[in-house]
Design a protein around this ligand. Structure first.
Ligand code: ADP
Length: 363
């Protein structure tokens, strides 16, 4: 895999060749340009370079001007520019930084030094991108959480207000319905807050109590817990006994939570008359558990989104069921912490199978 894309701009073919070979040998993907216009086009292309190494003295548009133009264009503004130049007095360097460069190296240069600076600027720019993405994610989470809490809160407050202020005589049944509405919305909000706390604790790296876990009894215990819910939904729930015991290295409580979330989804998204089957099998150095349902299925375009926080499939039928959109994010966070993996196969209208693989004790 490439360590990054670097665009080198220099009008001397020999300089370009040396820099190209040097960076390529270090595992970078290298693009070259000898003139300003070509460099600007290469920087605006997709995929964009991660760093530009820019000579200052070029015929036509000089390096400072190229840099200023890169910084003025929103599509290329964030690409770090490092000047490599024979002219190295203080005024040149200051002009380079003024034009928006992040570094200035004078020729002849030490190869090791240039490579170290390139690696540093690439790392800084990667971290900057990560910070921007995390900040956008945080804003989105705050928006979603506020929205998901606001709806039930409005109902809780509306019902309470009505009960407190109405002058019309209320029958016991009417009062009970209003109070039941408050309770139901309260439970919804509590579930959201509990899921959020779980997710953040797991992502912070809550320690795992790893031990050998036999999957069949774990699946049976979770099936028993979900039995009443399945019966109420008219869904048959069963555990397929594995031909031989499957033992994984896991925290039984956390994996119980994984199975609980998958089984509860399978029941929620399977219409009455359907079936949910739990199974376990050995899979090389892993033990796999699966939760298979004959339910609504998931459209292919939704699959890459499923494990992201708050994602819910927008299709009709899916939305009617209640949920926080956090269940599968919790599943993924727990499985990642175990160094396992989770995937899903699904056919809309026919059903879905979620499979979790965990390191086996014999690995
Ligand atoms: P939710 O609280 O909405 O169930 P999850 O994170 O557990 O949140 O699941 C995300 C979305 O994935 C669900 O809203 C649903 O649209 C879809 N989904 C999850 N499991 C299944 C399943 N077994 N069958 C069909 N759709 C599913």
């Amino acid at each position: 895999m490439s360590r990054g894309r670097i665009l080198i701009v220099d009008d001397a073919a020999e300089n370009l060749r040396v820099a190209h070979d040097l960076l390529k040998a270090e595992g970078y993907t290298v693009l070259t340009a000898m003139r300003g216009e070509v460099a600007l086009n290469a920087a605006a292309a997709n995929p964009a370079p991660d760093l530009v190494l820019l000579d200052v003295r070029l015929p036509g548009m000089d390096g400072y001007e190229i840099c200023r133009r890169l910084k003025a264009d929103p599509t290329t503004r964030d690409i770090p520019v490092m000047f490599l130049s024979a002219g190295g007095d203080m005024a040149d360097k200051v002009e380079g930084f003024r034009a928006g460069g992040v570094d200035y190296v004078t020729k002849p240069f030490q190869v090791e030094e240039v490579l170290a600076r390139v690696a540093t600027h690439l790392a800084l720019s990667r971290q900057r991108r990560e910070i921007v993405a995390l900040s956008a994610l945080k804003d989105q989470l705050i928006r979603t959480i506020s929205h998901d809490l606001k709806n039930p809160l409005t109902i809780v407050l509306g019902n309470a207000e009505y009960l407190l202020t109405t002058r019309a005589p209320l029958s016991d049944d009417e009062a009970r319905t209003m109070i039941a509405g408050i309770q139901k919305r309260g439970q919804e909000m509590l579930r959201l807050v509990t899921d959020l706390l779980d997710l953040s604790r797991i992502e912070e790296g809550m320690p795992l109590r790893l031990q050998a876990v036999d999957l069949e009894p774990l699946l049976l215990a979770q099936a028993m817990r979900a039995e009443a819910f399945a019966r109420a939904a008219g869904v048959e729930l069963k555990v397929e006994p594995p031909p031989a015991p499957v033992t994984v290295l896991a925290d039984p409580e956390r994996i119980g939570q994984v199975v609980q979330n998958l089984v509860s989804n399978a029941i929620k998204y399977t219409p009455a008359g359907g079936r949910v089957t739990l199974a376990a099998r050995a899979d090389g150095r892993y033990g796999a558990l699966s939760v298979r349902d004959t339910g609504l299925g998931i459209p292919p375009e939704a699959i890459p989104e499923l494990f992201k926080p708050f994602y819910r499939v927008p299709a009709a039928g899916q939305r009617k069921t209640e949920g926080t959109g956090l269940g599968l994010s919790i599943v993924k966070a727990i499985v990642d912490q175990h160094r396992g993996d989770v995937d899903v196969e699904s056919e809309p209208g026919a059903g879905s199978t979620f499979t979790v693989r965990l390191p086996s004790t014999s690995a």
